[in-house]
Design a protein around this ligand. Structure first.
Ligand code: GTP
Ligand code: MG
Length: 180
């Protein structure tokens, strides 16, 4: 389609180890899920093409290591990002508490022109896990925090069951376009 606008958007995915960052990306891009955990070392990206309104978008999605000893990212890595995705596990309150830290760290490193309008998306993953009684409470707290930070979209997903994964990344693309 010759008249279409084409854009490349850089997205960075952050969050504690084990929340499912790699799994979400693998489900989104390859439609695959593995039960076995394999820690991400350093950072790597995948690309995905999608259509958002009249724009042909290529998302360049950067997966990062949640485990501190595997983190090796400098400020240069964060620069030029169009959106930052913060992932937590809806069954693990601690993974939500540290989102503030990831949020702060991102803004410090990426140093965007206007931190107050830089697009973030929060993903609460692993909603398929059964019998977790604090989940509603965790999700409510996450939503409250998102509202308090100027309406950050907050989406619950399951990478395992491919629930809301496309919806979440479509939202990421939309948010990234507001920055691009
Ligand atoms: P690091 O690379 O260490 O930062 O971890 P990560 O955030 O990339 O987590 P990863 O995607 O490797 O997933 C961690 C574990 O959780 C794996 O065993 C996955 O199979 C499992 N997992 C990921 N997403 C889901 C989900 O939606 N539901 C369930 N039940 N398990 C999940
Ligand atoms: Mg990983």
């Amino acid at each position: 389609m010759p008249d279409q606008k084409r854009v490349l958007l850089k997205v960075i995915v952050l969050g504690d180890s084990g929340v499912g960052k790699t799994s979400l990306m693998n489900q989104y891009v390859n439609k695959k899920f593995r039960e076995q955990y394999k820690a991400t070392i350093g950072a790597d990206f995948v690309t995905k093409e999608l259509q958002v309104d009249d724009k042909h978008v290529t998302l360049q999605i950067w997966d990062t290591a949640g485990q501190e000893r595997f983190q090796s990212l400098g400020a240069a890595f964060y620069r030029g990002a169009d959106c930052c995705v913060l992932v937590y596990d809806v069954n693990a309150p601690k993974s939500f508490e540290t989102l503030r830290k990831w949020h702060e760290e991102f803004l410090k490193q990426a140093d965007p022109v206007d931190p107050s309008t830089f697009p973030f998306v929060v993903i609460g993953n692993k909603v398929d896990v059964e019998g977790e009684k604090n989940r509603m409470n965790n999700m409510r707290k996450a939503r409250e925090w998102c509202d308090s930070r100027g309406n950050i979209p907050c989406i619950e997903t399951s990478a395992k069951e491919n629930y809301n994964v496309d919806v979440a990344f479509h939202c990421v693309a939309k948010m990234a376009l507001t920055h691009e």
